[in-house]
Design a protein around this ligand. Structure first.
Ligand SMILES: Cc1ncc(COP(=O)(O)O)c(C=O)c1O
Length: 427
C-alpha cells in the first residue's frame, strides 16, 4: 500500500513519492531496486489473459496491482518514475519513452490521423521542426505554423480539421513565453460541439515541472525530454508524455506498438537521482543564471540578453504569472539566450574561444546538466531550420546554467569576450 502523502509538500513527495506502492512487491526497500526483467512469470494462462485484457486501460491508483507481462508494455521501476512524473505535473498519467523525441512523436502521433491538421509554433526544437516538416506531410498530416506568442494568430488558423496545438514555453532557444491560459482557451472553444476534440500539447522541457505546471493552466498534454533537467546529471536519455486519462489508452498503445519505451535502467537513475534533486538543482541554477544574465546584459559586446528572471525581460509579467515553483516562488529556470553585437565581436569566434579555453563552460548541445553548457543553435540544435524562418535573424548563443559557482562561469565568459573583442580591434 502507498502511505498517505496528503498534506505533504511536493518537494517532500518527490523524495518519497511512490517508493512504496502496490504496483510492486519490494516495499521494504528504501531505494527502489533496479529491475531488469524483460519478461514476467504469469503463473497461469488465466493471469496472462487478464494482463492482456487489462493492458492499456487506465487504473490510475498506485495501489492497483498490475499484471506485468513484458517490459515494453509496463514495468515496475519505470512505473514508479511515471507515477512521480504524473504527480509533479498534476496529470492523470505519465508514460516514459526512450528519448524526448520519442515522447514528442508519441504525443502528436497518438492523436493525429491522416487528414488532420496540427498548428505549431514557428520556432521549435530542431528535431521537432524536422518531424513536422519532413515526416508528417508524408503521412497526410497538414502542419500549419503560427506565432503562439500572439494567441489571436493561432485562433485565426484553427479550422475544422485542427486536432492539435503544439508549442514550447519557454521556446527553445529564444526563450519567448506562450500564454498557456490563452492557448488552452482557444482549444476549449474550438472543441465545443466537436466529435474529436482539439488538444493542446506543450513541450515543458526548458521549465521542468518544478518551474511550470501547464495542466494547471488548462493545457492537455505535457511532453518532456527527461534527458535534460529532470534527469539532471546528463547520464541518460529519456522522455515522457503526461496527460488526461482519456488519452492514456492511445499513448500507451502507441508506445507498445512503436516501441520507443524507456529502459528500466535509465528510469532508475532518473527516479533515484534526478527527480528528488530537481528543486535543489534548479534553485541553485536560477540563483546563478540571474547573476550570469545580469553580467551579460551589462557587457558592452552583448547586444541582447534574454532570461525570464531579468527585470528587463520582455514578457516579465507573463513569466511571473506562469513560472512558479512548488511553493509558489518565481521560477524562471536555468536557460539564457544572448547575442553579441556582431559589429564588435563574432559570436562564432567567442563560442570557439570558450570551447578551447574555458574551464567550466563546455561547448556541447543538450541542457539541464550539472555542468554549464554553451552552444550556437543556428549551427547546431536548430540546424534543421537551415538559417531560415525564425532562425534567420538569430546568431544567438544558448547557455544552460549548471551547478558551478556563478563567479567562475562569469570569469570564463568574461575572458573569452575580452579575447574576441581584442581580435576585432586588431583586425
Ligand atoms: C525542448 C526539447 N524538446 C525535446 C528534445 C528532444 O530530447 P531528446 O534529445 O531526449 O530526444 C530536446 C533536445 O534537446 C529539447 O531541447
Amino acid at each position: 500500500m502507498s502511505r498517505n502523502s496528503d498534506g505533504y509538500k511536493k518537494t517532500t513527495r518527490i523524495v518519497h513519492g511512490a517508493a512504496r506502492t502496490g504496483r510492486w512487491d519490494y516495499s521494504h526497500h528504501v531505494v527502489p531496486p533496479l529491475t531488469a526483467s524483460a519478461t514476467f512469470r504469469l503463473e497461469s494462462v488465466k493471469r496472462g489473459a487478464r494482463g492482456f485484457t487489462e493492458f492499456g486501460s487506465f487504473s490510475g491508483a498506485d495501489s492497483a496491482e498490475p499484471v506485468y507481462i513484458y517490459d515494453r508494455l509496463d514495468e515496475p521501476t519505470r512505473g514508479l518514475l511515471e507515477s512521480q512524473l504524473a504527480s509533479m505535473e498534476g496529470a492523470d498519467f505519465a508514460l516514459a519513452f526512450a528519448s524526448g523525441m520519442a515522447a514528442v512523436s508519441a504525443a502528436m502521433g497518438s492523436l493525429l490521423e491522416s487528414g488532420d491538421e496540427v498548428i505549431a509554433h514557428t520556432l521549435l526544437y530542431g528535431c521537432t521542426h524536422s518531424l513536422l516538416t519532413n515526416w508528417y506531410p508524408k503521412l497526410g498530416i497538414k502542419v500549419r505554423r503560427a506565432d503562439f506568442t500572439d494567441p489571436a494568430a493561432v485562433a485565426k488558423l484553427v479550422g475544422p480539421r485542427t486536432r492539435a496545438l503544439y508549442f514550447e514555453s519557454p521556446v527553445n532557444p529564444t526563450l519567448e513565453l506562450v500564454d498557456l491560459r490563452s492557448i488552452s482557451e482557444i482549444a476549449r472553444k474550438a472543441s465545443a460541439g466537436r466529435r474529436r476534440k482539439v488538444y493542446t500539447i506543450i513541450d515543458n522541457t526548458f521549465a521542468t515541472p518544478f518551474c511550470q505546471r501547464p495542466i494547471e493552466f488548462g493545457i492537455d498534454m505535457v511532453v518532456h525530454a527527461l534527458t535534460k533537467n529532470i534527469g539532471g546529471f546528463g547520464t541518460d536519455v529519456g522522455g515522457a508524455v503526461c496527460g488526461p486519462k482519456e488519452l492514456f489508452p492511445a499513448v500507451m498503445g502507441y508506445r507498445k506498438d512503436f516501441g520507443g519505451v524507456l529502459s528500466p535502467k535509465a528510469a532508475w537513475s532518473i527516479l533515484v537521482y534526478g527527480v528528488p534533486t530537481i528543486p535543489l538543482r534548479v534553485k541553485r541554477q536560477q540563483y546563478t543564471a540571474l547573476q550570469v544574465a545580469r553580467f551579460l546584459s551589462q557587457h558592452p559586446l552583448v547586444a541582447e540578453t534574454r532570461y525570464p528572471g531579468l527585470e528587463s525581460f520582455k514578457q516579465r509579467d507573463l513569466a511571473l504569472r506562469q513560472m512558479r515553483d512548488f511553493d509558489g516562488g518565481f521560477a524562471p529556470g536555468n536557460m539564457i539566450y544572448f547575442r553579441l553585437d556582431e559589429k564588435k565581436a563574432s559570436g562564432v569566434e567567442f563560442v570557439d574561444h570558450v570551447a578551447k579555453n574555458a574551464y567550466c563552460v563546455t561547448l556541447a548541445v543538450s541542457l539541464g546538466h550539472t555542468k554549464t553548457l554553451i552552444e550556437m543553435p543556428s549551427a547546431m540544435t536548430h540546424s534543421a531550420y537551415a538559417g531560415e524562418g525564425p532562425m534567420r535573424e538569430h546568431g544567438g548563443i544558448r547557455l544552460s546554467i549548471g551547478l558551478e559557482s556563478p563567479v567562475d562561469i562569469i570569469k570564463d565568459l568574461e575572458r573569452s569576450l575580452a579575447a574576441v573583442a581584442g581580435r576585432r580591434r586588431r583586425a
